[in-house]
Design a protein around this ligand. Structure first.
Ligand SMILES: [Zn+2]
Length: 247
């Protein structure tokens, strides 16, 4: 049988949040659309699930800042060694999360883990004060491959990431927000990724196959043909997550 590499990669999906037939249908539809999935965890329990998921190109194990209280570094260290794990995350800072010291400890611990395991780190930065906290603790990222997931920041934040060689990943907000479109036009071409951040939410129908729309919009903003956008974003995804496997 010929192995066909998927054309598009949704770099951020909470696939473990869907069950049974719904999950199977989502994976099947993504496959038909030529979309491969990176499944991302938010805590220890979901890390265990994503590490065992079939039908994905890779997964990320980690602890979301909203769930940082009592995070378990040792258990995560064991999971990070499992086959199919391509990143640590999502981790970072959230304005609605536990106090700053707790979030910083989980963030710094996961950066250390990423360094040990030779894996990239997926950053979640959201809400009041989250960006300032990241800047304060940015030394923890030094030497790591960094992916700023679901980028909705401003031009100043984008510049900060670009200077450090970080990847930024755009979701559907790119389709409607002029500020993000401007960031996408100017960001280093080799450091752009796309994602849907799919998870079950009442009234939201986004699923992994929708990443095609985001990828083509990226192409439109950059002056790339859809084919070129697909190839470039595919290469970028492999550069960000060298452990991705298809088949
Ligand atoms: Zn997420």
């Amino acid at each position: 049988m010929v192995r066909v590499e998927p054309a598009w990669i949704d770099t951020h999906v909470h696939l473990d949040r869907y069950q049974g037939a719904e999950r199977d249908a989502m994976v099947a539809l993504a496959k038909v659309a030529g979309v491969a999935i990176v499944a991302v965890a938010v805590d220890l329990a979901s890390s265990r699930v994503v590490a065992g998921l079939e039908g994905v190109a890779g997964c990320a194990v980690g602890v979301h800042p909203l769930r940082a209280t009592g995070w378990a570094g040792e258990a995560l260290r064991d999971l990070a060694r499992m086959p199919g794990v391509v990143a640590i995350g999502e981790c970072g800072f959230d304005g609605a999360g536990p106090d700053g010291a707790v979030q910083a400890s989980a963030f710094r611990g996961q950066c250390e883990l990423a360094r040990e395991a030779g894996l990239p780190v997926i950053l979640h930065i959201h809400g009041a004060g989250a960006w300032e906290r990241l800047v304060e603790d940015a030394d923890a990222l030094s030497g790591l491959t960094v992916v700023r997931h679901y980028f909705t920041g401003d031009a100043r934040q984008a510049e900060w990431h670009a200077e450090r060689g970080h990847f930024v990943s755009f979701g559907r907000p790119l389709l409607r927000e002029p500020g993000l479109q401007a960031v996408c036009r100017g960001y280093p071409a080799g450091l752009i990724l796309v994602e849907t951040d799919s998870y079950p939410l009442a009234g939201r129908t986004t699923e992994p196959r929708d990443v095609v729309e985001v990828g083509e919009a990226t192409g439109g903003l950059r002056g790339w043909t859809p084919e070129e956008a697909r190839e470039r974003l595919y290469r970028n995804s492999l550069a960000a997550f060298p452990g991705l496997r298809f088949g």
